[in-house]
Design a protein around this ligand. Sequence first.
Ligand code: PCA
Length: 138
Amino acid sequence: MRRVFVYGTLKRGFRNHRFLEAAAYVGEAYTVKAYRMLDGRFPVLRDAGPHPQQVAGEVYDVDDGTLAKLDELEDVASRMYDRREIDVVLLKRPNDEASTAFIYIGCGEYWDKKDQVPYLATDERGLLNWLAPNMRAK
Ligand code: PCA
């Protein structure tokens, strides 16, 4: 089993969640490190630039087949996203737990050439917790 942390369209109730239908949900989590988030139809995390914040998401345990499909979806082969292993904090009762997980991080070579709209809104915990444009309060 491999563990992944998702922060965008792969989350529950979001557009690409079906890719995780065979996965085991572990729980809500947030990243130990702070990142910058780009906004759009899907979010892109970048290594810290201005105003980095920790990121909220969900952790799943997946099999190798699912991980391969996620790599395809996130265009790892053409280096749109890199898959990396990071430290996350799992929100568990009674105590939070440290874990490592794979995450998809945007590649500089790809995203530096694009228009970059930052996603800056943090939730009540001070975390970047991405909502799709159609889910946001007007
Ligand atoms: N899908 C991946 C990365 C960004 C996206 O929309 C995820 O949900 O973590």
